[in-house]
Design a protein around this ligand. Structure first.
Ligand code: HMG
Length: 388
């Protein structure tokens, strides 16, 4: 029985910052952000959007009534969850109207959470072929104004429906994994901004990638020539490019050219959204499938997931015939085109806004946010979510 990705939804907030303008404001050569980092625009979340609302907006895009009855597990990968106890999955389960006989839980391991969720979903569906699992990856990446990580921020969510007989990508059963206790990027409980050892994080990413890639090859007997494309976790689009460079010579010249072209296609959304942590790898897959050249049935796509701290995984899947019918490229392009550009002052102002931490209530201006699901406010320490 094949198990894999049946549907993919995506949501990003309606604000962005232009990276060239951010570079000027930071007295930096724009070439550093545009080419050196590889980012053109960066999504910014208003206070009416958090990891729960973004995930719910992504989920609502793909779920029909039949899915809502079939989903019996909601797995929410995030590293910017909104409560230390209650999982975002329970809120999304409610906001998306999923039937009540379901399991709902949040998973955390930096940007790796959604990949862990997919692998757990695979096992669940192998035992329960009629089930569908809703996997969410939703985050707001924040490093701080004028910090080294500032140009690698972003916000957004991806929702994946995992099922038997998937219509987009059948996942292969083999994976290669690596876990090591390192401090390359972390966010202490008291801080809403991440701490990072930038250079070490880049080196660790590449080390994890080459290690799991080599192990994947050994386990499967497959080589780079067997891959139609490789999608990477993309904290910024230059990162995947650097990792790819470490192995690209393994392919024949012809395959190298085509893999490089596919890589450009796989970064289309990421370079105008920024890092969305748990969802970044799947946003790259979405870019490839929605913005890239049509791929043939059975084409194999490699996927590299990396979550600082750190866990890395390489896995793969093969495309299903007619996958294009289930992609929502036009809708996603429209969502990106309809965003409002923020001035640097407006961005800095939104960046500094936060919900009260002294127990006082707040009512947010939900009419200014075009998304269906928004955070309306906080009362008695309870977040109030609405689906307009
Ligand atoms: P930095 O020190 O500001 O930048 O930090 P740099 O000096 O290293 O320059 C970056 C690149 O721009 C360099 O290219 C420069 O040569 C180039 P590279 O050597 O990398 O190929 N450059 C220029 N290019 C063209 N024209 C110019 C120019 N000037 C310079 N004028 C850094 C960059 C990414 C480290 C920083 O932004 C940062 O700390 N970001 C956050 C950490 C991060 O994203 N790490 C990635 C790996 S870890 C990961 O992926 C996990 C993560 O997603 C978290 C999770 O798992 O939850 C982050």
């Amino acid at each position: 029985m094949e198990i894999g990705i049946d549907k993919i939804g995506f949501y990003t907030p309606h604000f962005y910052v232009d990276m060239e303008k951010l570079a000027h404001a930071r007295d930096t050569d724009p070439g550093k952000y545009l080419v050196g980092i590889g980012q053109e625009k960066m999504a910014v979340a208003p206070t009416t959007q958090d990891s729960v609302t973004m995930a719910a907006n992504a989920a609502l895009e793909i779920l029909d009534d039949e899915d809502k009855q079939a989903v019996d597990m909601v797995l929410f990968g995030t590293e910017t969850g909104v409560d230390h106890s209650k999982s975002g999955a329970v809120w999304v389960h409610h906001l998306a109207g999923i039937q009540p006989r379901a399991r709902a839980v949040e998973l955390k391991q930096a940007c790796y959470g959604a990949t862990a969720a997919i692998q757990l979903a695979m096992g669940h569906i192998a035992l329960n072929p009629e089930s569908k699992v809703l996997v969410l990856g939703s985050d707001i990446a924040k490093y701080g104004l004028r910090s080294g990580g500032e140009p690698t921020q972003g916000a957004g969510a991806v929702a994946l429906l995992i099922s038997a007989n998937p219509r987009i990508l059948a996942l292969d059963k083999e994976q290669a994994l690596l876990t090591e206790d390192i401090m390359d990027f972390w966010r202490p409980i008291h801080s809403d901004k991440a701490f990072v050892d930038g250079k070490f994080s880049n080196e660790s990413y590449i080390k994890f990638f080459t290690t799991v890639w080599n192990e994947y090859k050994e386990k499967t007997g497959r080589t780079l020539d067997d891959m139609a494309a490789i999608c990477f976790h993309l904290p910024y689009t230059k990162m995947g490019r650097k990792a790819f460079r470490a192995i690209i010579d393994e392919a024949s010249e012809e395959v190298q050219e085509s893999l490089k072209q596919r890589y450009e296609e796989s970064i289309a959304y990421n370079k105008v959204v920024g890092n969305i942590y748990t969802g970044s790898l799947y946003l790259s897959l979405l870019s490839l499938l929605e913005q890239g050249e049509e791929l043939t049935e059975g084409a194999r796509i490699g996927l590299f997931s990396y979550g600082s701290g750190a866990v890395g995984e390489f896995f793969s899947g093969t495309l299903k015939a007619g996958y294009q019918q289930y992609m929502l490229g036009e809708k996603h392009q429209e969502m990106l085109d309809n965003r409002k550009e923020l001035s640097i002052e407006e961005y800095e102002d939104i960046f500094e806004q936060s919900l009260p931490t002294d127990g006082s209530a707040i009512e947010l201006e939900v009419e200014k946010d075009p998304a269906p699901v928004v955070l309306a406010g906080v009362r008695d320490e309870i977040r109030e979510y609405i689906n307009k």
